[in-house]
Design a protein around this ligand. Structure first.
Ligand SMILES: [Zn+2]
Ligand SMILES: [Zn+2]
Length: 126
């Protein structure tokens, strides 16, 4: 597997005050998502709680990005060659098409190598 962004490792290296800030914003973001999911009017938009929770969602995603940027240089998200790292929790993905276990090709595919799916292997064989 190619190098990944290891959130557990990076988190362990953060100062406690940064952990506290990032953790609090992340939990508040989850509460905004939860409030949206629990809305009885999820699809017609007349629920004031839904509207407020959507605003919180937007604001908290921006705030999460900001508290992370304050805690870490963006280079922490890059490989030594400067390319962005994918998260380690993603699991395997196809080096050719980017499909994953949770987002497979249609018709469905399987792994023929650690990072190559059967759809792409078939295409390469043509
Ligand atoms: Zn593929
Ligand atoms: Zn695939």
């Amino acid at each position: 597997m190619t190098e990944r962004f290891d959130g557990s490792k990076v988190w362990a290296g953060l100062a406690p005050e940064h952990q506290a800030e990032i953790g609090a914003v992340a939990l508040e973001l989850i509460s905004a998502w939860w409030a949206q999911e629990q809305s009885p009017d999820q699809f017609d938009g007349n629920d004031p709680v839904l509207r407020a929770a959507e605003a919180a969602d937007h604001a908290l995603i921006n705030e999460l990005r900001q508290v992370v940027v304050d805690a870490l240089p963006m280079t922490a998200f890059n490989a030594p060659d400067g390319k962005p790292l994918l998260p380690s929790r993603l699991g395997p993905f196809c080096r050719n098409c980017g499909c994953t276990q949770e987002n497979a090709c249609v018709p469905s595919c399987w792994w023929v190598e650690d990072d190559l799916c059967s759809s792409c292997a078939k295409e390469a064989a043509r």
